[in-house]
Design a protein around this ligand. Structure first.
Ligand code: SF4
Ligand code: F3S
Length: 106
């Protein structure tokens, strides 16, 4: 099991999650971040810090986001294999992040 970043991160990238992860298992894509399932230790630290509640334990993932489990695995491996570094520090959110957050109801 691992934790999973859902599509709610897409368009936000607030990156509060990155800052609290003890094993730096977040990988960055253009529009969102993903968690590497083989590296996440299920500490749960990232869950409550995301302003749009984009992260779930795999076992708690709402069915509407079930595709995101495979998406995180595939994309985290792709970014890692292409030399993408693990994220270690918080960055500015994407330009439309606050509007996206509002649209998501947060
Ligand atoms: Fe990192 Fe813990 Fe979140 Fe896994 S659950 S991504 S180890 S902060
Ligand atoms: Fe995305 Fe939330 Fe982290 S918006 S970058 S999962 S804090």
């Amino acid at each position: 099991m691992a934790h999973v970043v859902t599509e709610k991160c897409n368009g936000c990238k607030f990156t509060d999650c990155v800052e609290v992860c003890p094993v730096t298992c977040f990988y960055e894509m253009d529009n969102q971040v993903v968690i590497h399932p083989d590296e996440c230790i299920d500490c749960t630290a990232c869950v409550d810090v995301c302003p749009v509640h984009a992260i779930y334990a795999e076992g708690d993932l709402p069915s509407e986001f079930s595709k995101d489990t495979e998406f995180n695995a595939t994309e985290a491996n792709r970014v890692k294999d292409s030399g993408g570094p693990q994220m270690t520090a918080r960055k500015d959110p994407l330009p439309g992040a606050l509007d996206r957050k509002k649209a998501l109801g947060y």
